[in-house]
Design a protein around this ligand. Structure first.
Ligand code: PMP
Length: 352
């Protein structure tokens, strides 16, 4: 092997869900929102974006950060935006998880966390979920280099009450606790109100799910001005212009229409609750999800075979080839019509 080949940084990347493109497909595999983004987003994008493209975007993302700060009741100095919450989380890992101690996260959770640890050479230790697939707060009461988990957790959909997260914060005054609230708008309890009490808390959210803007790539973190300043310093040392002009404009338009967000998340929650009843009747079992997906298993069928059969029918769901979850499928909540097509398939498949 040549020296330059020996010097290649080798990593095992995160594998995102498939992005198939069939006209007749029912796509329930990557937790996207089945409804369009807010009407104002569509107006902003069709206006003068192409004309403006020759100019660099605002590196401070001022307009978007100010809009986010206003809606969430914080100062603009407490907001950091990035290219999806993946970008924000990667910056957080790089900026804050620099101790020799392992950071802690659940064994079953967002699969990107261990990938960033490997990339940035951050030691980590996974904490097993209990037999009900719940995060056990006491597992996070030991010495650590930081804590991160989604709430609701992914792919289980189980939400932890804010009071439990507060117990974790109380036991960790020396650690940064990062709560990834990617799915919180579908019924979880946000810990944003705890920011007034805990300077070591950072909350991350995304426009990809509840705001129906996965393709635009917008995520944000809210924390103390000191921590947000540190994140900006790392960002500006890496790439000043992470957020492009259309994302800044479209993101601002979305945040300014909270009523629309509430309307479409209520629709998805209603479809989710109906889906729980129908799937339970078919014999599926699942934890009580507060997110826009269900994590289901069936005692009479092999999850991987069902996944393949669904794929043949152009119904896409997610199956993880990983310990403890091989018998499960993660099904994103689509429109009522999409879910009905899925249920028809499942009834036939199960012979019910
Ligand atoms: N956190 C969790 C728990 C997720 O499931 C996802 C979606 N893959 C993300 C963060 C990242 O989403 P995005 O980069 O689209 O904001």
């Amino acid at each position: 092997m040549k020296r330059y080949q020996q010097n290649i940084r080798r990593v095992v990347p995160y594998v995102p869900g498939d992005q198939p493109d069939f006209p007749d497909m029912i796509k329930l595999n990557t937790n996207e929102n089945p409804y369009p983004p807010a009407p104002a987003v569509q107006e902003v994008l069709s206006k003068s974006q192409a004309e403006q493209m020759r100019l660099y975007p605002d590196p401070t993302a001022h307009q978007l950060n100010a809009a986010i700060a206003k809606v969430y009741g914080v100062e603009e100095s407490q907001v950091f935006t990035g290219v999806g919450s993946d970008d924000v989380l990667a910056m957080i890992f790089q900026t804050f998880f620099n101790s020799e101690l392992p950071i802690l996260f659940p064994d079953i959770t967002y699969a990107f966390y261990p990938v960033w640890c490997d990339l940035f050479r951050i030691p980590y230790e996974v904490q097993p979920l209990n037999e009900k697939l719940e995060i056990v707060p006491e597992d996070y009461f030991k010495e650590n280099g930081g804590i991160v988990f989604p709430n609701p957790n992914a792919p289980t959909g189980i939400a932890m009450p804010a009071a439990e997260i507060e117990r974790i914060l109380q036991h960790n005054p020396e650690s940064l606790v990062v709560i990834d609230e990617a799915y919180v708008d579908f019924g979880g309890e946000s810990v944003l109100p705890l920011l007034n009490k805990y300077d070591n808390l950072m909350v991350v959210q995304t426009f990809s799910k509840s705001r129906s803007m996965a393709g635009e790539r917008i995520g944000f973190a809210i924390g103390s001005p000191e921590l947000i300043r540190a994140l900006h310093d790392v960002k500006y040392s890496f790439n000043s212009y992470t957020m492009n002009r259309s994302a800044l404009a479209a993101g601002t338009a979305s945040v300014e229409d909270q009523a629309y967000l509430e309307e479409i998340t209520a629709k998805i929650v209603a479809t989710r609750e109906r889906s729980k009843t129908v799937l339970r009747e078919m014999g599926f079992q699942f934890p009580d999800s507060k997110s826009n997906f269900l994590f289901v298993t069936h005692p009479d069928c092999n999850a991987h075979e069902l996944f393949e059969a669904l794929r043949e029918a152009h119904i896409f769901v997610r199956w993880f080839d990983a310990p403890r979850v091989r018998d499960y499928l993660r099904i994103t909540i689509g429109t009522d019509a999409q879910m009905d097509a899925l249920f028809d398939f499942l009834r036939k498949y199960l012979g019910k």
